[in-house]
Write a protein that binds this ligand. Structure first.
Ligand code: NAD
Ligand code: ZN
Ligand code: ZN
Length: 349
């Protein structure tokens, strides 16, 4: 079968022929129906090096996957060949306390996981191929009736990651609150939808591209601003008594956006860094608001994936997608790097 492989760090992916996988006991092979092209893959190609994460290339890209059950390994029950499914991407050990509650992202027994801190497309072969081997049936989540893989695939990361970030700040987003979304790409545009669907917050969105701000408005953003214009004053002015935003979700993570987020945030607020832009934020006593909680987040939990799929099938969260063949995937990543993708580009192998 054909697969888009990352051969090494600091290299371009290559479309090559590889063997079709066969499922061992407890495993499932998925016929890939859709694999989203995430900006993290660009970081894998251009920014990561040995030691950045506890795994290394080569592997097939694609960590945002959905399709149909193709083959079941010995002992797998509860799934049927042909059934449409999404793949929960972070693959932990399955037996530690965190994995047992579906928080494979923070598996406490990385030595027992198929790959420490990763999954398909992140250390192991992912979904930018005709077939995907999933090492445990517990990562295979049946799709709600009526949802197709192209809608489902982005929900497993571009949906799940912002959902997890928003959900952990729900208590800070009552009516009268404001959330700031920085970077309205694949994750950010779904983040705006999730904020509108699950909180009563006003949503301000910031990006460097007008098309991204137009998409933010389509997704329900109440106010959109260009980030180069240093919009801190305008952001604060849009909050009661200029107090600042309750929650910042930074889907970029460079120096400038971290600074913008901290300067826009309210005392007791949350600044959640999702983007892997490599920036840093100096923190000292007077440099950030009192009791601002700053955190990075990684992906989301399996129960949260079910919640995101439910928002999806009810039409409350609907990633804007464009689809491409596997032979166009290299070009899709070039376009993503150049800021020419609206919403999420999805590869249909
Ligand atoms: P994307 O390329 O689709 O979107 C990024 C958006 O940010 C674009 O709209 C771009 O115009 C905008 N942007 C770039 N620089 C900006 C700036 N200075 N100010 C404002 N906006 C700016 O990327 P994506 O797939 O949505 O991923 C976003 C980030 O999240 C990436 O760094 C990716 O690696 C990371 N990510 C993290 C996790 C996690 O678990 N923490 C999961 C998935 C992706
Ligand atoms: Zn991703
Ligand atoms: Zn574990």
């Amino acid at each position: 079968m054909r697969a888009l492989r990352l051969p090494d760090w600091k290299s371009e992916p290559e479309l090559v022929e590889v063997d079709e996988p066969t499922p061992g006991p407890g495993q499932v092979v998925i016929r890939v129906g859709a694999a989203g092209a995430c900006h993290s893959d660009l970081h894998l190609m251009h920014d990561f090096e040995a030691g950045t994460v506890p795994w290394n290339p080569p592997f097939t890209l694609g960590h945002e996957n959905a399709g149909w059950v193709h083959a079941l390994g010995a002992g797998v029950t509860g799934l049927e060949v042909g059934q449409p499914v999404a793949v929960y991407g972070p693959w932990g050990c399955g037996t530690c306390a965190r994995c047992r509650v579906g928080v494979d992202t923070y598996c406490e027994n990385p030595a027992g996981a198929p790959v420490p801190g990763g999954g398909g497309g992140l250390g192991l072969d992912g979904g930018m191929a005709e077939y995907l081997l999933v090492p445990s049936a517990r990562h295979v989540v049946p799709l709600p009736d009526g949802m197709d893989p192209v809608q489902a695939a982005p929900l497993t990361d571009a949906g799940l990651t912002p959902y997890h970030a928003v959900r952990r700040s729900w208590a800070k987003l009552p009516p009268g609150s404001t959330a700031l979304v920085i970077g309205v790409g694949g994750l950010g545009h779904v983040g705006v939808q999730i904020l509108k669907a699950t909180t009563a917050a006003r949503v301000i969105a910031v990006d460097t591209r007008d098309e991204a701000l137009a998409l933010a408005r389509e997704c329900g953003a109440d106010l959109t601003l260009r980030s180069e214009s240093d919009p801190v004053a305008e952001i604060r002015a849009a909050t009661p008594r200029d107090r600042g935003v309750d929650v910042v979700l930074d889907f970029v993570g460079v120096d400038a956006t971290l600074r913008l987020g901290a300067a826009s945030a309210r005392t007791l607020g949350d600044l959640t860094v999702v983007g892997i832009g490599g920036g840093t934020l100096p923190v000292s006593f007077f440099s950030v608001p009192y009791e601002l909680s700053i955190q990075t987040t990684y992906w989301g939990s399996r129960p949260e994936l079910s919640e995101v799929l439910d928002l999806g099938v009810r039409g409350l969260v609907r990633p804007k997608t464009s689809t491409f063949g596997l032979d166009e995937a290299v070009d899709v990543y070039h376009r993503l790097r150049e800021g020419k993708v609206a919403g999420r580009a999805v590869i249909v192998p």
